[in-house]
Design a protein around this ligand. Structure first.
Ligand code: ACO
Length: 402
């Protein structure tokens, strides 16, 4: 009989770190987070400066290429992205194969994975040009795919991209325009949409990004890797939290019910958690949540719904939770998802679209990390080990004698 623990001991150093709470899986130059101080930097630039002074496609350039672009570089990049916004007409038929009541995330996982079939001329990861084309295709087509997943789910005709519009306006129009009625994009809403994209662009080695890296470490093609990231993002502990948060705020309904939900969140026998609170890395205010909160105020004021009952509940819940010793002791602060759902709801998006919007915004982060990983000469297939606690080796027993 083999003594498995002895084998591990003989193998030398072995770390056991469930959930990777203190183990780096890679090195990276893209994003820096100081969770204790509530700091988030992309290529060194603070997220609040990027969200307020830059815009999404410029941040995409920064994440992908490491530096802010010159005016000419930005124009060239934006033109390139704009030229790739359409998806192949055959893909429209592919969409039609899904049940119309499918969750848009389910459709997106399928459609993005299927891009390896539709765009197999950019799946060779050893060809630098193909890698570049795949990156641009993903960033350019994701709004079209997300908007189509939405239109399909509500039974409306697909709206083709309009290349004279900026990235965020184009997305809003593809979601909300209906035939025979031209949709006028409100610039304040377009700016808020762009800011949501910017605030979700990258967040170092979160679960979905780690999934993309792990998938890519085997040499899988870019579309397969990003589809894996989308699938991971869907979970309610990750990208699904903004949907879950808004549903929770609606369930609470009125501020007087907040204490009941706070007590439930503290009760260890109740699986309920305050959605939009807590973060694996931030043990302080999520810097993205601060900008998102300002954006929420702007959008609700514009739409004349600053007295929106969901926002009232959110504001009061935030106040009560921040004063509660349980949340203070566990360093649970509102995260980016706490306010993004309120803005998206006010814009007219159903909750099922919240995570697809997160996925489209995060695509550039996934792609940047994927490119960085492939450029690493030390790249090895990701192969976590395990601490085996099962039965020791034993002999097979015939069914008659069991
Ligand atoms: N409500 C109540 N209690 C909480 C919450 C919460 N939202 N989050 C954590 N806790 C408690 C846990 O019960 C645990 O208590 P214990 O020490 O007594 O067992 C302690 O705080 C630590 O929690 P962990 O789950 O160990 O922390 P972890 O880092 O693994 O989890 C996570 C982080 C998943 C984000 C968690 O805080 C959570 O579930 N939050 C709600 C979902 C959410 O908002 N997710 C969005 C994340 S941000 C993003 O993906 C963009």
């Amino acid at each position: 009989v083999i003594d498995i623990r002895k084998l591990y001991a003989q193998a030398g150093v072995f770390t056991y770190d469930p959930g990777f709470t203190s183990t780096a899986a890679c090195d990276s130059t893209i994003t820096y987070i100081d969770g204790e101080a509530g700091v988030l930097l992309h290529r060194g630039y603070p997220i609040d400066q990027l969200a307020k002074q830059s815009h999404y496609l410029e941040v995409c350039y920064l994440l992908l290429y490491g530096e802010l672009p010159s005016a000419a570089q930005l124009e060239e990049f934006e033109t390139l992205v704009t030229r790739h916004t359409m998806i192949h007409e055959q893909m429209h038929n592919f969409f039609r194969g899904f049940r119309r009541d499918a969750h848009p995330m389910a459709t997106m996982v399928g459609v993005v994975g299927a891009m390896s079939a539709f765009y197999h001329d950019s799946t060779d990861i050893n060809d630098e040009h193909q890698r570049e084309v795949a990156s641009i295709r993903l960033i350019a087509k994701m709004p079209t795919i997300a908007a189509m997943a939405y239109k399909y789910s509500i039974g409306q005709p697909f709206v083709y991209p309009r290349n004279d519009l900026d990235y965020a306006s184009n997305f809003l129009r593809m979601c909300f325009s209906v035939p025979a009625e031209e949709y006028e994009v409100n610039p304040i809403l377009a700016r808020a949409m762009d800011r949501i994209f910017t605030l979700h662009a990258d967040h170092e080695q979160n679960a979905s990004t780690s999934t993309v890296r792990l998938a890519s470490s085997s040499g899988a093609n870019p579309f397969a890797c990003i589809a894996a990231g989308i699938a991971c993002l869907w979970g309610p502990a990750h990208g699904g939290a903004n949907q879950a948060c808004l549903e929770m705020l609606r369930e609470i309904g009125t501020p007087d019910r907040i204490p009941e939900f706070i007590e439930r969140a503290k009760d260890k026998n109740d699986p309920f958690r305050l959605m939009g609170f807590g973060h694996r890395v931030y043990k302080n205010f999520d810097p993205r949540a601060k900008v998102m909160k300002e954006s929420a105020d702007e959008v609700l004021e514009l739409l004349g719904i600053e007295n929106n009952p969901t926002l009232q509940v959110a504001k009061e819940l935030e106040r009560v939770a921040l004063e509660d010793p349980y949340f203070a002791e566990k360093k649970l602060y509102p995260n980016v998802d706490f306010y993004s759902g309120i803005i998206l709801d006010a814009m007219g998006f159903p909750t099922s679209m919240f995570t697809p919007i997160f996925a489209l915004a995060r695509t550039v982060g996934w792609v940047s990390q994927w490119k960085e990983q492939l450029a690493d000469p030390q790249l090895k297939i990701g192969r976590p080990r395990q601490l085996y606690l099962g039965a020791a080796a034993r002999n097979y027993v015939d069914i008659e004698t069991r």
